[in-house]
Design a protein around this ligand. Sequence first.
Ligand code: FES
Length: 55
Amino acid sequence: MTKVNLIGSGPLIVVGEHTVTLEDGSEVVKETRASYCRCGSSENFPFCDGKHKNV
Ligand code: FES
């Protein structure tokens, strides 16, 4: 089962295998978990790079 957790004003964390379709149409498979930026500050968008801690 894939689960989604929201961390305060930080990232959205998806736990479990899932596929992300990026803006250019390419797909990235995440086999265990991934953190997604919700603050818009990440330099590795759509993935969280920890910059939300400085917002
Ligand atoms: S939520 Fe972590 S960098 Fe945006």
